[in-house]
Design a protein around this ligand. Structure first.
Ligand SMILES: Nc1ncnc2c1ncn2[C@@H]1O[C@H](COP(=O)(O)OP(=O)(O)OP(=O)(O)O)[C@@H](O)[C@H]1O
Length: 318
């Protein structure tokens, strides 16, 4: 653990009454000023993990440290330095937006003024509206406002943009980037892979309580093959392609999946040039995070055991 490590999870386990183990030996750390995303299918154990980091529960085994302290037993010291945006805010809905913020200010040390925090999350124009009259996306903004009230050093965001329209989502992303630039450490869970791709410095994919892959978005997508697609002109059979690329052809349509994008694309273009062949609809791209995620989820389902393949974990895991 370096001095810059703000969140440290080591071999975390969490079992629920009845014996079900939702978190099964999860290790990762988050550095000051970093945005770290936890991804995973429904029930993967994201919320169960985040609750341990927030100190809402103690792990069955393993260790959590936030600012070097146990967030469960040292809650009084850790809690004022963290901001938490839960999946369901659940505040009294007869109060107005400002009244709700003021109520929370009463229990927050060093709270920002209500107007300032509402401005931050784009709710200033809705300040006097009753909470029950807010849309789902506006409620998420209010949840975010409450998480930001105490100028937290660490922000836990559990599915922060669920229910938000595209504009709300982009505003929230901009705000998260701004907070990061100011040195705030952010741990978020999300089902939106674009959100993780846009925001996360590093991310981890959980599956059935185990961390199957982690690293920068680039490292994670690099575990999946890139693709080259094109259509051969009529009269040019796939048999004329360079030998190593032939297997990828289905009639005139060709889709090459490769771990050596530059090499194979170079070979293809040199061949096409030399043979005078025009490659219609030529498209070459790295796997997206979404493709990587779906592939991992699919492989895990087929593997059936949920056991981690040790070579999955990236060198970038800390
Ligand atoms: N209080 C509880 N008692 C028993 N099992 C629970 C409890 N809370 C969660 N679980 C189970 O633990 C597993 C992980 O749940 P968790 O909410 O952590 O997943 P998640 O990754 O956050 O899912 P989602 O994306 O749907 O929010 C699920 O199988 C869930 O049913």
């Amino acid at each position: 653990m370096t001095t810059d490590t703000v969140i440290q999870a080591e071999e975390l386990r969490r079992g629920y009454a009845g014996g079900f183990e939702a978190v099964r030996g999860v290790t990762f750390s988050v550095t000051r000023g970093e945005v770290f995303a936890l991804l995973g299918t429904n029930g993967a154990g994201k919320t169960s993990t985040v609750e341990l980091l927030e100190g809402l529960a103690a792990p069955t085994a393993g260790q959590v440290r936030v600012f070097g302290l146990d967030p469960h037993t040292r809650r009084a010291e850790v809690r004022p330095r963290t901001g938490v945006m839960l999946q369901e805010g659940g505040f009294p809905s007869d109060l107005s937006v400002t009244e709700t913020v003021r109520m929370w200010s009463g229990v927050t040390t060093g709270a920002r003024p209500a107007a300032e925090v509402l401005e931050l999350v784009g709710l200033a124009a809705r300040a006097s509206v009753r909470v029950k009259q807010l849309s789902g996306g506006e409620r998420r903004r209010l949840d975010l406002a409450l998480a930001l009230l105490g100028r937290p050093e660490v922000l836990f965001l559990d599915e922060p943009t669920t229910g938000m329209d595209p504009e709300g989502r982009r505003d929230t992303w901009a705000l998260v980037r701004e907070l990061r630039a100011q040195g705030t450490t952010v741990l978020l869970t999300t089902h939106y892979l674009e959100e993780a791709e846009q925001l996360a410095d590093r991310l981890a994919i959980l599956h059935e309580g185990e961390l199957v892959l982690s690293g920068t978005p680039e490292e994670v997508t690099a575990t999946q093959p890139s693709r080259i697609r094109f259509t051969l002109p009529a009269g040019v059979p796939a048999a004329r392609l360079p030998l190593e690329l032939r297997a990828a052809a289905d009639g005139q349509q060709v889709e090459i999946r490769t771990g050596r994008l530059q090499h194979d694309l170079g070979a293809l273009l040199r061949w096409a040039d030399a043979a005078g062949v025009a490659l219609a609809g030529l498209d070459a791209r790295h796997a997206s995070l979404e493709e990587a995620f779906l592939e991992i989820a699919r492989n895990r389902r087929h593997a059936g055991t949920g056991a981690p393949a040790h070579d999955d974990t990236m060198a970038g895991t800390r």
